[in-house]
Design a protein around this ligand. Structure first.
Ligand code: NI
Length: 157
């Protein structure tokens, strides 16, 4: 297990689509463990593989209820909306206001490549949308209501 270097906004790899994972190799298992380590190290609630430079459809999420590993995830249902603050480990020191569905259902494979469905509301729905967007090269910074805010200076006020 290891902390991997996090790619930041401006790095082309964050705008590229990711490939599906056909089967789980030792290499992929190591990647998933490293992604979890890196997410916890950076105090994020989620991390997608392209953020550590790997164009594979893998995300990890932990909103405080334990780790969730999603391979080849796709959103299959959404409802409602929520508008709130969103940030990203790849965009350090910033946040923005983004409108997302309030509920999402996601189909994916877990860390044993078993098919699973995850339902999320509120923060989990937001994290699922944000991380799955990374897999098609989308960053929240292009979906904000009024651009990016400086997280540090807001705290100082
Ligand atoms: Ni992100």
């Amino acid at each position: 297990m290891a902390i991997r270097e996090v790619r930041e906004i401006g790095d082309d790899i964050l705008t590229k689509p990711c490939k599906p994972v056909p089967k789980l190799t030792i290499r992929t298992r190591i990647l998933i463990n490293d992604m979890l380590d890196t997410m916890y190290e950076k105090s994020g609630v989620g991390l997608a593989a392209p953020q550590v430079g790997i164009l594979k459809q893998i995300v990890v999420i932990d909103i405080g209820d334990g780790p969730l590993v999603l391979i080849n995830p796709e959103v299959i249902e959404t409802s409602g909306t929520q508008t709130g603050e969103e940030a990203c480990i790849s965009v350090p020191g910033k946040y923005g206001i983004v409108t997302r569905p309030n509920y999402v259902k996601v189909r994916a494979r877990n860390e044993d490549m078993e098919e699973i469905e995850i339902e999320g509301e509120e923060l989990l729905a937001r994290a699922l949308c944000h991380e799955i967007d990374h897999l098609s090269g989308k960053l929240y910074v292009n979906q904000t209501e009024d651009g990016l805010h400086d997280a540090a200076s807001e705290e100082d006020e």
